[in-house]
Design a protein. Structure first.
Lengths: 283, 455
């Protein structure tokens, strides 16, 4: 995959059909952002006008209250609180998920035992259940355990849909590497700690980063489970956004919040893509 | 044992995660329920309540957070004002009040009783209040016991007290305090509809739509905005010509057969309107799911009218850019513009009941009501005739403008809400007749849906 990416960089090396496909992909990826950006700058934007009839900055002086981006950046929008919560929960979930999945994936990837296939299926099971079903059932239990409406509760519930992704990714990473290098290190006298940090981890790091990226993105986009277990106390970017778009129409502040919500993912994608591409051990 | 273990686990995780704002600290000075029974028996003066409120510190206020201007008012006006009284307002914005009602009921079911819940204060009315009342999940009859209760009419012998004592026909039992009084008002887009073509009656609306097919729709029941439209149709088509009067009775008093007889002409009208609604020409009329969707259709000129609760909805739509530039209010349907109030209530298991009472007292003050009217376009919930001239003038000065109609015209066309026990039957009948197109006598449908509702 990394190989193809580097080839694509040289756009002249591919034939026109492929070029068209790349263009189509780019359009599909970028196009949804265009109306979002325009909407976030609009005051009144009615069909069939291609652009808003009144822009936010035109109305700004006349408005008795902060509009559009002024509202998004005002304390009342709770964007700062939601961003901190989203990132904090996302990072914590990712780290916990990694700690849980690394040993599990090692066993699943490098050992064979009875019932292994069934176990792999079981791990994937939470992905098949609708979020709403998990959320409502868990809410009752979490209320009884004093976990409803707490960060701890939300973090625990975020682990449910993220563990399957992380476990899958790491399992295939371990499968791809085998145990040869680790065996060599052990023969040469390294202890378990040294083996893990000096041999295993550097080898699997790109896979770990990819798994973390997915976990983080899934966690930062979870609405329903966050809403049920957080009980509205814990505001994240998805819950904030949902309150704005539940009417089927997105206003300027909703569009602004949506754009902000996509920022962490975009930054992270660029960062990890660079990291993996420049990683010395990458094939 | 389990509880202490989970608590220890929480503390451990919380500290390792360096998560700050969460706190499970529970006040345990006096026995739960003591304050409630003392206050409701009248053994407690207001200074004692405010002292306890300051000790409690916080009030968790659950309210519909979909409006930027209401959010701004809460944050910029209400929160600092309550902070000055020593109470921290923690506004919890929700998308649907029903979710909060469910949380309260789930907590009570899980054994979280008095002072052990999470919700202190809810903005509520209609069915959600009815659910809380039915489940015995309300704190008590506080509404006439606060200092600012004098701003409201509680005397049952005065017919004007009705909106304070009945919420969709359900007796409030003083367990909720009026916060805002709303009216079902339609706006018209003057870019398309000249004044002389503006309908004032349902017959005129139909005539307009025959000339301009597809330019109207209403929010789909069971959304309360859709229910309200259907109710005003039923009032206007009451075969006895008594309008809203029989719809004030409960379902038991009225009886299914009588209700069906009253509804028959109104339902016929709604059926005949279907082909003229947005998308109706293709046989599939489009009913928006909520007011935001309808606002968007109105803004985009797909429809020429926008009906919803909101005495100042037109003004709010103009200052937020969600209504078209030439939107104006209209008097429609004449004499049947349903008015009701919405309320603040305290759930039985409120963890900070004294702070909740202090907050409600603040929200009921002339100053808070006037600034809410001005900044958030929310009409006052208090009763103007209870105020002295100076306070009444403050409220009058705070009111946002009307467009094309006057407040006097709006006041002259008020109709009361429908009894909550009938609302369910009417909405189920609408779903059967209009959505599922069941072709049975109306009496049978009413009997069937009311039977299902009672089981």
């Amino acid at each position: 995959m990394i190989g193809t990416a580097s080839k694509l960089r040289d756009i002249k090396a591919i034939n026109p059909w492929q070029r068209l496909l790349v263009l189509a992909m780019a359009v599909f990826t970028i196009a949804p952002f265009a109306p979002l950006i325009i909407q976030s700058l609009a005051f009144r934007w009615a069909w069939p006008n291609i652009l808003p009839t009144v822009w936010w900055f035109e109305q700004r002086q006349r408005s008795p209250f902060p509009l559009a981006w002024d509202y998004v950046f005002s304390p009342s929008s709770r964007v700062v609180e939601a961003t901190i919560n989203t990132l904090g929960i996302g990072i914590t979930v990712t780290l916990l998920c990694l700690v849980i999945c690394l040993p599990a994936a090692r066993v699943l990837g490098q050992r064979t035992f009875r019932g292994k296939n069934q176990l792999e299926f079981l791990i994937a099971l939470p992905l098949l259940l609708p979020e709403a079903a998990i959320g409502i059932a868990l809410l009752m239990i979490f209320i009884a355990l004093d976990l409803a409406g707490t960060y701890v509760g939300v973090i625990i519930v975020h682990l449910i849909p993220t563990i399957p992704y992380m476990a899958r990714t790491l399992t295939s990473v371990y499968q791809g590497h085998g145990t040869d290098a680790e065996d060599h290190a052990r023969v040469l006298g390294a202890n378990r700690r040294q083996i893990f940090f000096r041999v295993t981890l550097p080898m699997i790091l790109p896979g770990v980063i990819a798994g973390c990226l997915f976990t983080f993105l899934v966690s930062t986009n979870l609405f329903l489970l966050t809403f049920f277990i957080g009980q509205g106390h814990i505001v994240t970017l998805p819950t904030l956004l949902f309150a704005k778009i539940s009417g089927g129409a997105l206003d300027a502040t909703g569009a602004g919040i949506a754009l902000i919500a996509s920022v962490p993912g975009v930054i992270l994608l660029i960062f990890t893509d660079r990291f993996i591409r420049n990683y010395p051990l990458a094939e | 044992m389990k509880k202490t273990k989970s608590r220890a686990k929480q503390m451990l995780l919380a500290s390792t995660l360096a998560v700050v704002s969460w706190s499970g600290a529970v006040q345990a000075e006096d026995a739960p329920g003591m304050f409630r029974s003392e206050f409701l028996q009248g053994n407690m003066g207001w200074p004692e309540v405010t002292a306890k409120a300051r000790a409690e510190g916080t009030v968790n206020f659950y309210y519909w957070g979909g409006s930027d201007i209401i959010n701004l008012w809460i944050d910029q006006v209400a929160t600092p004002a309550l902070a000055a009284e020593g109470v921290t307002l923690n506004p919890v914005r929700i998308t649907s009040t029903k979710d909060t009602v469910d949380v309260v009921i789930a907590e009570l079911a899980a054994g979280r009783g008095e002072e052990e819940g999470s919700v202190d204060l809810v903005w509520v009315n209609g069915e959600n209040f009815f659910s809380l009342k039915q489940q015995n999940a309300l704190w008590g009859a506080f509404a006439d016991r606060l200092p600012n209760s004098v701003n409201f009419e509680w005397d049952e012998s005065d017919p004007r007290s009705l909106l304070n004592l009945r919420d969709f026909g359900v007796e409030t039992g003083l367990q909720e305090m009026p916060w805002s009084g709303e009216q079902y008002v339609c706006s018209v887009n003057r870019a398309h509809v000249p004044v002389d073509q503006t309908p004032a009656t349902f017959a005129q609306l139909k005539a307009y739509l025959e000339a301009n097919p597809g330019k109207f729709t209403y929010v789909k029941p069971p959304h309360y905005l859709g229910n309200t439209f259907v109710q005003s149709v039923l009032y206007a088509h009451n075969p006895d010509g008594t309008g809203a009067a029989p719809y004030q009775k409960s379902f038991e008093e009225l009886g299914g057969a009588e209700l069906a007889r009253l509804m028959e002409p109104g339902m016929e009208y709604l059926k005949s309107l279907e082909p003229l609604l947005l998308g109706g020409a293709n046989g599939s009329p489009r009913y928006p799911e909520n007011s935001d969707e309808l606002d968007n259709l109105f803004l985009n000129s797909e429809v020429h009218f926008d009906c919803k609760f909101g005495v100042f909805a037109n003004h709010n739509g103009l200052i937020t850019g969600t209504y078209p530039e030439q939107a104006e209010e209209m008097i429609f349907p004449v004499g049947n513009m349903i008015k009701n109030k919405n309320y603040l209530t305290v759930p039985l298991n409120s963890p900070h009941p004294a702070a909740a009472l202090v907050a409600i007292n603040y929200f009921s003050s002339v100053g808070a009501q006037a600034s809410k009217l001005q900044a958030a376009g929310m009409p006052v919930g208090l009763d103007l005739w209870r105020l002295n001239d100076e306070d009444a003038a403050e409220i009058a000065a705070a009111a946002p403008p009307h467009y094309g109609v006057t407040q006097q015209e709006l006041d002259a066309n008020i109709a009361p809400d429908t009894n909550a026990s009938l609302v369910d039957v009417i909405e189920a009948t609408w779903l059967a007749v209009i959505e599922r197109k069941e072709d049975k006598p109306l009496a049978d449908i009413v009997a069937q849906v009311s039977g299902e509702l009672n089981n």
